[in-house]
Design a protein around this ligand. Structure first.
Ligand code: KG4
Ligand code: ZN
Length: 356
């Protein structure tokens, strides 16, 4: 809860991929900012027919959703548009057209209201999102960032002070979930569907590779896993004389899903713990869509408890993309540097943008 009288109100807009998120956060000079309201529209259903995100459709849908969502969060918080102090938006990384929608709307609002506008790094939003949880972390910590496009280990010494410790050299963990799920004929986005199927399966049923587990560094590689899943699935189909994964006995399907999840989770848990041990820190923060995975949370809870490491997660509904994390990141930046925002509205977006 902000602890001073000069509270500031930040509107955050997220539109980097297939979720339109808008939120209102209030903050003082210190303390954890407070989430007043947030609203989200997921495009999952629209993209499902294509098996993945169609960028042009994503951009057009963001255009349709963003202003109604902004109106909704203002109404829900009982705030008027001219009470806003700052407008924040996701500047990158993400789909260029989708990012431009959020950037355009945020800058237009800023210009119309004569308020400063801040472009936020999407991964910084994920990274700081556990600060909105009931058990917020304290700096410094090691962060395991596991989203659809990124798998990174970071040392976080404060807002804007990020050191990359390791990252994936090919696919992200989210991609490994999504691509394996696609092979199993599960609907997009595959991660949650694969995790659901895995619940009834035996994680030890099939031996799948744990890439780079013993590499001695903090990098990841998940591209080979989907090939191993494909080979195992073909073997099962051949043995059963079938052609479709969905025709296999449900137990076999669940076993392969559970074995895939276990391979991804084991690598993430071991590398995250190795990063914490190397850093000499006692705190781990998990962020990004894959952070919603229950098996990953259980694995990390157990490994961290054994070594006396505190682990923090975002609230489940704030693991995947949302506007709250963007408003929060802007608010936390402002707390560290009140002179930061400028009133110029010539915006650009950064589809590729390293965080560190
Ligand atoms: O952070 P996010 O919403 O979007 C990006 O910034 O990329 O992450 C989306 C990723 C997708 O790969 C999705 O399948 C995965 O997070 N995901 C999950 C779960 N929920 C979302 N993966 C495994 N288990 C889940 N429960
Ligand atoms: Zn994300």
């Amino acid at each position: 809860m902000p602890n001073n009288s000069a509270l500031r109100l930040v509107l955050g807009v997220e539109s980097s991929c297939d979720e339109t998120g808008v939120a209102l956060v209030e903050h003082g000079d210190a303390g954890v900012p407070r989430l007043l309201s947030h609203a989200l529209h997921s495009q999952t259903e629209m993209h499902q027919a294509y098996g993945g995100v169609v960028p042009e459709l994503a951009s057009r849908d963001h255009i349709r959703r963003v202003l109604p969502l902004a109106r909704h969060v203002l109404d829900e918080a009982g705030k008027a548009l001219d009470e806003l102090d700052v407008v924040a938006y996701t500047r990158g990384p993400g789909l260029a057209g989708a990012l431009l929608v959020g950037a355009g709307v945020a800058c237009a609002l800023g210009a119309a209201l004569d308020r400063p506008v801040i472009g936020v790094h999407h991964l910084e939003g994920h990274l700081l999102s556990p600060f909105l949880s009931a058990d917020p972390p304290e700096f410094p910590f090691v962060a395991l960032l596991v989203s659809g496009g990124h798998t990174q280990l970071m040392q976080v010494d404060g807002v804007g002070r990020y050191t990359l410790l390791g990252e994936t050299i090919d696919d992200a963990a989210g991609e490994a979930f999504d691509k394996s799920a696609k092979l199993m004929g599960l609907p997009y986005p595959g991660g949650p569907a694969l995790a659901r199927l895995a619940q009834a399966g035996d994680p030890k049923a099939y031996k799948l590779p744990r890439p780079l587990l013993h590499s001695g560094d903090l990098d990841f590689s998940f591209a080979g896993l989907k090939t191993a899943v494909l080979v195992q699935s073909r073997k099962l189909l051949q043995e059963a004389g079938l052609t479709q994964f969905s025709e296999l006995p449900v137990q076999r399907q669940a076993d392969l899903a559970a074995s895939t999840e276990a391979a991804i989770v084991e690598v993430l848990v071991r590398k995250a713990l190795a990063a914490v041990m190397r850093s000499g820190l006692q705190r781990l923060v998990v962020a990004g869509g894959v952070g919603a995975n229950r098996s990953l949370r259980a694995g990390l809870d157990q490994a961290c408890a054994k070594r006396g490491v505190r682990v923090h997660y975002p609230e489940l509904h704030l693991c995947t993309d949302n506007g709250a994390m963007i408003a929060l990141a802007a608010a936390m930046r402002l707390q560290g540097n009140p002179s930061l925002p400028q009133r110029h509205y010539a915006f650009d977006v950064k589809p590729r943008w390293p965080l560190s």
